[in-house]
Design a protein around this ligand. Structure first.
Ligand SMILES: CC(C)(COP(=O)(O)OP(=O)(O)OC[C@H]1O[C@@H](n2cnc3c(N)ncnc32)[C@H](O)[C@@H]1OP(=O)(O)O)[C@@H](O)C(=O)NCCC(=O)NCCS
Length: 209
């Protein structure tokens, strides 16, 4: 998949949300999310990046997406009536990736994901709607066998979201305070969301803003 094809990838519609691949026009919005200490409290740390730094990150991102396609992708989350409210993304783990007390099987493709929303939209069910959709996307649109999430042990809303989306706690510990939760492909067959559609947009004019 090359960079020109970024706008040809899928757009996902759920009951309340539109979730679509990020492009350069979303960098200022991402900067707002990643620089917010409250949003990033349990999700790493506020990056305090400027626009030039996120542009540099985006150049690397484009190379990854060219190499790995939709297993190394960032999504923008929009509320149908109100616009951008957050982001999610997928990242590949190397074969046999491990952390204390957890090891991904060597012959399986494992991805990691998470979700971040602007605070105004917390506690309205949107985080769960995103994560259920990402689970469905991963196991129907990529070749991944396992999906992992690494919530901080005190991040109760995130843990609830992941549990509601079907993830189970493992004994894995990442960076001391982050617990690895996982879901396998064979656990998701009955978890399809009827109101969710995956479709393609192929012209620039279709590209969501
Ligand atoms: C994590 C996050 C995406 C959750 O999104 P959300 O839209 O608020 O989640 P939902 O509304 O779908 O579900 C939140 C759940 O947590 C529960 N919850 C929220 N605060 C809680 C608290 N202090 N104690 C106990 N439960 C709490 C809610 O009741 C709800 O559970 P329920 O449906 O069983 O009642 C959002 O809080 C966020 O963006 N946080 C900052 C970024 C982040 O930490 N991301 C996760 C990185 S791993």
């Amino acid at each position: 998949m090359n960079v020109q094809n970024m706008k040809k990838r899928q757009i996902i519609k759920t009951r309340h949300l539109v979730i679509h691949p990020m492009t350069q026009q979303h960098l200022k919005f991402l900067l707002k999310l990643w620089n917010d200490p409250e949003i990033m409290r349990y999700a790493g740390f506020a990056k305090n990046w400027n626009y030039a730094q996120i542009c540099k990150w985006f150049e690397k991102y484009k190379k990854n997406i060219t190499k790995y396609g939709n297993t190394e992708i960032h999504f923008i989350v929009k509320l149908k009536k109100e616009g951008r409210i957050g982001e999610s993304g997928l990242g590949r783990l190397r074969s046999g990736w491990s952390c204390p007390n957890y090891k991904a099987p060597k012959n399986k493709l494992a991805l990691m994901t998470d979700v971040k929303l602007i605070k105004t939209y917390w506690n309205k069910g949107y985080g769960t709607e995103v994560m259920k959709t990402i689970v469905q996307y991963v196991f129907s649109e990529t070749k991944a066998d396992i999906l992992l999430v690494p919530p901080h042990k005190e991040n109760i809303p995130a843990i609830r979201v992941y549990e509601k989306a079907g993830f189970r706690k493992t004994r894995g510990i990442w960076y001391r305070y982050h617990i690895i939760y996982k879901i396998n492909k064979n656990e998701t067959n009955k978890k399809k969301i009827p109101s969710t559609t995956f479709s393609r947009y192929t012209r620039d004019t279709d590209s969501p803003r």
